[in-house]
Write a protein that binds this ligand. Structure first.
Ligand code: BTN
Length: 284
């Protein structure tokens, strides 16, 4: 179990941002709404930042910051995904990170890997509410798909400097139509506006999402079976042929669902395997 939490810690490269050189009060209307309508207690809002996750990691452990703290940027110049992946961010997307300290009494550190699926489920619910009638799915462990294309990625990291904090980074394609994305992403990605044909209010999507996170995270502590039924309802991989791997090797088989502890169950020729980390390299 410790290995799974360790994996969350190792994703940070350790570089730092220089927020004093930028305006952290960009978009005051959004800051007001986040503070008055959601559970966040502090907000940094930038027009442009390298990565909101990197900024959140550098704030962790700072006694002067009220938590939960929201760091949001209209554009990221070095948005990060899992592993070595980059995250394409352009104007119109929602790109933000939450820095918070979960209550370890009710959500012990060993259960933190479940947060990624929980956040993904909250995103599924909100995407479904804003684009009703479309196919919305959770791809283990941290992607949200809309009509078979990726619309959101979640990057959860534990700051090495502050082991009781967690950073939850979310990149959600809202009004950044995939038509303007780099060529390779145009085949596999999608934005919510590509389905609605009309732009959405990113502020409204954000506020709804933050409230849904709060609700789902509270449920993860008090009634986890309700959250887990969400993972299962939205499971994109269930019954499909998948290959999941990392630098040590890959496992291929048929996905059998997501277990209570967040493990992806894969039926292989040699038996049922429980997968806690790695990347879904292919699915059919
Ligand atoms: C993935 O698909 O592998 C996860 C992508 C996570 C992207 C978000 S955008 C906001 C936050 N800041 C980052 O640098 N990354 C996350």
């Amino acid at each position: 179990m410790e290995n799974r939490v360790q994996a969350l810690r190792q994703t940070w490269n350790g570089f730092n941002t220089r927020p004093e050189m930028t305006n952290s009060q960009h978009n005051p209307g959004l800051i007001d709404r986040a503070l008055s309508e959601t559970f966040v207690r502090a907000v940094e809002s930038y027009e442009e930042l390298d990565s909101t996750n990197t900024r959140a990691l550098s704030l962790a452990g700072d006694a002067g910051i009220e938590l939960p703290c929201l760091i949001i940027a209209e554009r990221q110049t070095a948005g990060r995904g899992r592993g070595a992946n980059r995250w394409w961010s352009s104007g119109g997307a929602l790109t933000f990170s939450l820095l918070l300290t979960p209550d370890v009494e009710s959500l012990p550190i060993a259960r933190w890997p479940e947060l990624s699926l929980t956040v993904g489920t909250a995103v599924c619910e909100v995407v479904r509410a804003f684009v009703p009638g479309e196919d919305v799915r959770l791809k283990w462990p941290n992607d949200v798909f809309l009509n078979d294309r990726k619309t959101c990625g979640v990057l959860v990291e534990v700051p090495p400097s502050s082991k009781d904090s967690i950073v939850i980074g979310v990149g959600l394609n809202v009004n950044n139509s995939i038509q303007h994305a780099p060529e390779d992403l145009r085949q596999t990605g999608i934005a919510m506006c590509d389905v609605t044909d009309d732009p959405l209010s990113t502020d409204r999507v954000l506020v709804t999402l933050l409230n849904k996170f709060e609700q789902q995270m509270a449920l993860l502590e008090s009634a986890p079976e309700q959250v887990r039924s969400g993972w299962r309802e939205y499971d994109l991989l269930l019954g499909r042929s998948v290959t999941v791997g990392d630098e040590h090797g890959a496992v291929t088989g048929t996905a059998q669902g997501i277990d209570d502890d967040g493990a992806l169950l894969i039926q292989t020729e040699s038996g049922l395997q429980r997968i806690y980390g790695g990347v879904v390299q292919s699915f059919g």
